[in-house]
Design a protein around this ligand. Structure first.
Ligand SMILES: Nc1nc2c(c(=O)[nH]1)N[C@H]1C(S)=C(S)[C@@H](COP(=O)(O)OP(=O)(O)OC[C@H]3O[C@@H](n4cnc5c(N)ncnc54)[C@H](O)[C@@H]3O)O[C@H]1N2
Ligand code: MOO
Length: 403
């Protein structure tokens, strides 16, 4: 099979991937969930004109030539509107959040007044509208303020509450099973025998998937046999998850069994091998309704492929309107050589130059096994196939990595 261009591979991974079923969740539990419908304000905010300050509700015309003494005819606290309005020469004591009474068109702050019993002397003029928040200045009933496909931020929850929604319609979280392969892997904390290494990939991948909103089930490490790999794939299928992500066993060696095992279980492989570095041996397919992403085993390759393919797929299944990454412009911090036929994703550090422009400098080694360089990197510089050599200071595109 020929190497597939990255964009074609992403299109294959995202084909038919849409937001999963809609469920209602309490507002308290809706952070980071994705709205399944447009959200309309159920009320107008503020519902009536309200005072922005503690002071006196006045007719601006009455206090145009201060000092002016007015008669205080009552008091308005937040939540307790006045039963009467004010006439010429009158005022109502008002507090922040109090409903502005009929007849008043401004609020004088208390610092500009002197109170004496039921009289108050106003020492500063105010223009009409001063310190009054008009009804609907925030939003009006019927207004769509949050859109379908939007991932809810902390501020969005406050807005939805203000719109008077106690619960929100969101897409179900994608369910993802993760399977590692490799007889050489031992768990962190164990003492590796000669030739063994510590399992690391899954920790980054599961955290990444969860941060994007997936529910993750860890299927552990399958032994490097066809039977064990097939059994683990069946387990994922029977768990009724939306997505199976495997790591390792993706390339061409005698112990790389993932593709054979997937096919033996009936998976239709959409592609195997992409024109990218790192991550060439990545594969993708479908086992019935189950989507499968087969990541390479090298830690950097698995992570970069997960960022580029697993993340957009989780976003699409979560119903997010923006599933694909949008690269940002930056300037190169070092000279880089010409690229070959594989789209390159160089691990890079970010800095700002004196004019505030973003500078991306590749880390000193791009080997796809290097965990320390990957952890230190803040972005990927995207180098298209056959890009010519480029000098420090020239433009490039980057994808920021999660912090
Ligand atoms: N003849 C060829 N050899 C290789 C090719 C090729 O095209 N032809 N591709 C190379 C590329 S590129 C990559 S990337 C790797 C991918 O290999 P696999 O997906 O088969 O992965 P493994 O062989 O299982 O492991 C590679 C490497 O990564 C370590 N590993 C695996 N899983 C984990 C884990 N969960 N945590 C930490 N480290 C892990 C594993 O021990 C190996 O060192 O293939 C090249 N070879
Ligand atoms: O693609 Mo592999 O990821 O070059 O090491």
């Amino acid at each position: 099979m020929a190497l597939m261009p990255v964009d074609d591979a992403l299109a294959a991974v995202l084909a038919g991937a849409h937001g999963l079923e809609t469920e209602m969740v309490a507002l308290e539990d809706a952070h980071s969930r994705v709205l399944a419908r447009d959200l309309t304000a159920l009320r107008t905010q503020p519902p009536q004109p309200m005072s922005a300050m503690d002071g006196y509700a006045v007719r601006a015309a009455d206090v145009a030539a201060p000092p002016v003494t007015l008669r205080v005819i009552g008091e308005i606290a937040a939540g307790r509107p006045a039963t009467t309005g004010i006439a010429a020469g009158e005022t109502l004591r008002i507090f922040t959040g109090g409903v502005v009474p009929d007849g008043a068109d401004a609020v004088v702050i208390q610092e500009d007044t002197v109170r004496d019993g039921d009289r108050v002397t106003v020492n500063e003029a105010v223009r009409p509208g001063r310190h009054i928040r008009p009804a609907g200045i925030d939003f009006s009933e019927g207004e769509v303020l949050l859109r379908h496909g939007h991932r809810l931020s902390d501020r969005d929850l406050a807005l939805a509450a203000g719109m008077n929604h106690p619960a929100l319609p969101v897409h179900r979280r994608p369910r993802l099973a993760m399977l590692a392969t490799g007889d050489e892997l031992v768990m962190p904390g164990a003492t590796p025998a000669p030739g063994q290494i510590v399992y690391s990939n899954g920790y980054a991948l599961r955290a990444l998937a969860r941060a994007e909103g997936a529910e993750v089930i860890d299927l552990g490490i399958a032994a490097d046999t066809l039977d064990a790999t097939r059994a683990a794939i069946r387990q994922a299928r029977d768990l009724d998850v939306d997505l199976l992500v495997t790591t390792g066993g993706a390339s061409a060696g005698d112990h790389d069994l993932v593709k054979d095992a997937l096919e033996a279980e009936g998976t239709a492989i959409a592609f195997w091998k992409i024109a990218m570095r790192p991550g060439k041996p990545m594969m993708h397919g479908r086992l019935g309704a189950l989507r499968v992403i087969g990541l390479p085993g090298n830690p950097v390759s698995s992570y970069v492929c997960a960022v580029l393919f697993m993340v957009p797929l989780i976003r699409a299944l979560s119903g997010r309107s923006q599933a694909k990454h949008v690269p940002e412009p930056a300037l190169l911090g070092a000279d880089i050589g010409a690229n070959d036929q594989r789209q390159d994703y160089l691990r890079a550090n970010l800095a700002r130059d004196g004019e505030g422009r973003q500078i991306a400098t590749p880390v000193d080694s791009q080997d796809s096994s290097l965990l320390a360089r990957m952890a230190a990197a803040e972005a990927l510089i995207v180098r298209p196939p056959f890009a010519p050599a480029a000098q420090a200071g020239s433009g490039c595109l980057i994808l920021k990595l999660p912090s």
